[in-house]
Design a protein around this ligand. Structure first.
Ligand SMILES: [Zn+2]
Ligand SMILES: [Zn+2]
Length: 127
C-alpha cells in the first residue's frame, strides 16, 4: 500500500508527523515542568544524595545525613536550591566533565556548604 504513494506526498506526510510529534513533545516537557514546579519542594541532599533537605525555623537539615545549615534572613531552602543550581552551572561552564562533590564544614560555629571538584580544582562556597 505504502509503495503506491508518490514520493512527494510521502515526504509531506512525514513532515506533518514530525510537527505533531514536536508539539506533543513540547507539551509533554511543559507539563512535566509544571508538574515539577508543583511537586518540586523536594531538594535532594547534595552530600549524601539519599536524604531530602528540609527546613525548620532555625535550620536547613538533611533527613539522611548530618548536614545542618543554620538559617538566617539570607539563607533558606529556596535560596539554597538556587545556589546549588548556580554552582552546578558555573562548574559546567568551566568545561569540566567530572561530577563535583559537595561537602560541609563547620568553623566558628558556622556551617558552610562547598562545591569541590578535583578535576578542575574547584573549591567554592555554595552557601
Ligand atoms: Zn544528606
Ligand atoms: Zn570539575
Amino acid at each position: 500500500m505504502a509503495f503506491s504513494v508518490p514520493f512527494a506526498e510521502q515526504e509531506s506526510h512525514v513532515e506533518t508527523w514530525e510537527e505533531q510529534e514536536d508539539e506533543y513533545l513540547a507539551r509533554a516537557v511543559y507539563e512535566h515542568m509544571q508538574l515539577n514546579d508543583k511537586v518540586q519542594k523536594e531538594t535532594w541532599c547534595p552530600i549524601c544524595k539519599q536524604g531530602k533537605l528540609q527546613e525548620n525555623r532555625q535550620l536547613i537539615y538533611c533527613s539522611g545525613c548530618e548536614l545542618q545549615l543554620s538559617k538566617d534572613n539570607e539563607v533558606n531552602l529556596d535560596i539554597l536550591r538556587v545556589r546549588l543550581a548556580d554552582a552546578h552551572t558555573e562548574h559546567l561552564d568551566l568545561g569540566c566533565r567530572l561530577k563535583p562533590k559537595f561537602c560541609s564544614e563547620t568553623s566558628f560555629g558556622l556551617t558552610a556548604l562547598y562545591i569541590v571538584c578535583q578535576g578542575c580544582n574547584t573549591f567554592e562556597v555554595v552557601i
